[in-house]
Design a protein around this ligand. Structure first.
Ligand code: GLV
Length: 420
């Protein structure tokens, strides 16, 4: 048997794979050690990044209860495997919103990627394009959204809504003019959450110049020269580029007022307004309550992303995996996607078996971009896709559409272990 992991497909020897696939990502630098799974990228990024930057990416909020619960939620389910099923021609290909992707996995939106990795969003989106998985560009980013869609015409854009109707309309017009086909609206960040961990680690947005920050840079020279100074030399001081139709504040500033609007007053009428002016696919992200899921569908959403923002908004918010089955049942008209805490092929298969159509993963791709750029992200995508493919074989399924609750059993509460 010849394996074609790039296409997520196992082809008999001598047969051309059914999907043209990119070449394998380049080998990663030896200094990273053995990278065998997504968690290995986190360990490498912890060494590579200044503490405030690593803390911003890795942290949750307050006591990190939701962050932990997201990781532990997968332990509530165990697989019931089947045997003697021919899985030699299995495929991880997944159809979603009019495209066929190489895996049921995409890259979640993450702010400030170009602070942890040189031209981070660009490296991530180029890797996503080459591996044929969806990448969602965050509105809280430091590279212009127009550059990203030029590099990857299949990228999606995620907006945090600005505070006034006029600002919302101007931002959506900009995203439309740039040529994006899918717009994601994140609704779970109506106000800034209490990121004490960021303050303790010396992180603020914008970053305040300080002796501590300078020391962190000097003690992480690979990041200082390879990301921060290289960015300054080639592209100037990074600014928040995509929260509005116009450029926002610089990342390093004495004025620490980030130009994020309070969105607490926004309502479904704003989503209806956007639906009326947005011709492409509209995805609503940050949904956990069945009533909100129904409201989103009735407002014209083409898809939902069930999410607690990676445990970064309200601490103790329920893990999305727990509410997934009810939302899937209530919203059969649209694909229900999910993120928050996914790290393993087994995590992905559990969500698909519970009815999710697609899974988004964030932090590990940020770490992979930080330590090894585009090749790192491609390696991370391949690792996860190979896990999904291998796990499908052991489970006894050949297609992601074969997954159902028949593959799962609730874990025995006496033996369920914590994965933290
Ligand atoms: C941005 O989306 C963040 O959670 O920091």
């Amino acid at each position: 048997m010849a394996t074609d992991p790039s296409a997520g497909r196992v082809a008999p020897a001598g047969h051309a794979p059914a999907v043209s696939s990119p070449e394998r990502p380049a080998a990663l630098p030896a200094r990273l050690g053995q990278v065998l799974c997504l968690d290995d990228f986190e360990a490498a990024a912890r060494r590579h990044l200044p503490r405030p930057v690593f803390a911003y990416v890795s942290g949750g909020v307050e006591r990190n209860r939701s962050l932990r619960a997201n990781a532990q939620a997968f332990d509530a389910w165990e697989f019931v495997t089947r045997v003697l099923i021919d899985t030699s021609r299995r495929s991880t290909e997944t159809a979603l919103l009019g495209s066929t992707w190489s895996a049921p996995v995409g890259i979640a939106p993450m702010g400030l990627c170009a602070l942890s990795a040189y031209r981070g969003d660009l490296a991530i989106t180029q890797a996503a394009a080459r591996e044929n998985v969806p990448m969602i560009m965050s509105g809280s980013s430091l590279i212009r959204l127009e550059e990203i869609v030029q590099a990857n015409p299949k990228a999606w854009f995620q907006a945090y809504l600005p505070g006034t109707e006029a600002q919302i309309v101007a931002l959506i017009e900009r995203v439309k003019a740039a040529g994006y086909g899918t717009l994601v609206l994140t609704l779970d960040a109506s106000i800034a959450s209490n990121r004490e961990n960021n303050i303790r680690a010396g992180f603020s947005t914008p970053l305040r110049p300080s002796l501590r920050l300078a020391w962190e840079g000097l003690t992480h020279p690979r990041w200082l020269f390879g990301t921060f100074l290289k960015t300054l030399a080639r592209h100037g001081m990074p600014h928040f580029e995509n929260n509005h139709a116009h450029r926002g504040v610089p990342i390093l500033s004495k004025n620490v007022l980030r130009d994020f609007s309070d969105r607490g007053h926004l309502g479904w009428q704003h989503i209806r307004m956007i639906r009326a002016m947005w011709p492409g696919q509209l995805v609503i992200k940050g949904i956990l309550d069945v009533r909100d899921a129904r409201a989103a569908v009735e407002t014209g959403a083409d898809g939902l992303i069930i999410s607690n923002h990676g445990g970064r908004q309200l601490d103790s918010t329920v893990s999305p995996l727990r509410v997934l089955p009810d939302i899937v049942q209530a919203c059969p008209e649209v694909p229900v996607m999910i993120d928050s805490g996914f790290r393993r092929g087994t995590d992905v298969l559990k969500a698909l078996a519970l009815g999710a159509k697609f899974v988004f993963v964030g932090r590990p791709f940020n770490y992979a971009a930080a330590v090894a750029g585009q090749d790192g992200v491609r390696k991370a995508i391949s690792l996860l896709r190979e896990e999904v493919s291998r796990d499908m074989a052991m489970l006894g399924v050949t297609s992601v559409t074969d997954l159902s609750t028949d593959c799962l059993m609730p874990a025995d509460p006496r033996t369920a272990s914590s994965s933290c």
